[in-house]
Design a protein around this ligand. Structure first.
Ligand code: A2P
Length: 280
């Protein structure tokens, strides 16, 4: 199993990203980033709304690995959609993270018909700003997050540069097959948030039984399962032994029949966050 995926602009992206949602800023963020990088992670998944970019940035600075060896993602928050606002929000994120450039910048959630009459226009204005930053070399790849097919289609109609990534909720029991197929058909890499179903999957009996067979934990099974389905998982933890455990997934292979069993699991562990009905 390769430790990288390749994006549609040929940029290599390390195949497991370290999630930082709900990681408290300050010492916790700093130490968890350092622990992750010291245990092999090269890819950090941040976002302005997580309110910890300063700590994440210090962790990156102090980890002992050169910036160019790392892959740093951040996301544009919903209140900053639009052309000028996106440019400004991007500068703030660079400042908070104390980096010169981002490897990947994502629109965190689509503007949708539920909230805006002119949602298409809002998304395409935001996207034009992302394209400008990309063209200027300030971001190595641009993409979206939580976009369903009907949000991606109009964005792509007007786009000069296609999104390289769509980051969506993805874990056993919530595979979003239609959205993933649309992305694969359009050469958009899918990243999966909450690959452990926010921890809920760890008590699932089927997953426990399968994980036991490989002498792995359910967390490791879920992460490996995403990789074998060509989805880039973004496990989050602030606990050193879990951070380490979640990266230790390159020494086993889930059989085709076990993959199928997991792929066929009933709906389980869904966060309930539907992009079309969020109110933030
Ligand atoms: P913590 O950060 O306190 O270690 P997800 O990535 O699906 O959103 O899940 C994140 C949640 O799962 C966090 O609460 C995290 O706790 C917990 N978690 C992460 N990795 C593991 C693991 N290997 N075993 C048990 N719980 C984990």
């Amino acid at each position: 199993m390769e430790k990288y995926f390749k994006l549609n602009n040929d940029v290599k992206i390390p195949s497991i990203g370290f999630g930082t949602w709900q990681t408290p800023d300050g010492e916790t963020a700093i130490n968890s980033i350092k622990t992750a990088i010291n245990n092999g992670y090269k890819h950090i998944d941040a976002a302005a709304i997580y309110d910890n970019e300063k700590g994440v940035g210090i962790g990156i600075k102090e980890c002992g690995i050169e910036r160019k060896e790392l892959f740093v993602t951040s996301k544009l928050w919903n209140s900053e959609r639009g052309y000028e606002t996106t440019l400004n929000a991007f500068e703030k994120t660079l400042n908070d993270l104390q980096v010169e450039y981002l490897d990947l910048y994502l629109i965190h959630w689509p503007a949708t018909a539920n909230q805006f009459n002119n949602w298409r226009q809002i998304n395409s204005d935001t996207w034009r700003a992302m394209e400008k930053l990309y063209t200027e070399g300030k971001i190595r790849a641009i993409g979206v997050s939580n976009f369903l097919e009907h949000h991606l289609e109009p964005l792509m109609e007007n786009a000069k540069i296609k999104p390289a990534v769509n980051q969506i909720e993805y874990h056993p029991g919530f595979m979003q097959n239609d959205c993933v197929k649309f992305c694969v058909d359009n050469n958009v890499l899918v990243e999966g948030w909450s690959p452990l179903g926010r921890g809920k999957l760890l008590e699932n009996e089927l997953l426990k039984e399968i994980a036991n067979k490989y002498n792995k934990s359910v967390a490791q099974l879920c992460i490996r399962w995403a990789l074998q389905n060509n989805v880039l998982p973004l496990p989050k933890s602030i606990t050193p032994n879990r951070i380490k455990e979640n990266f230790d997934v390159f020494d086993f292979e889930i059989s085709e029949s076990d993959l199928t069993l997991i792929n066929q699991m009933d709906n389980f562990g869904y966060s309930g966050l539907n992009p079309d009905s969020i109110d933030f």
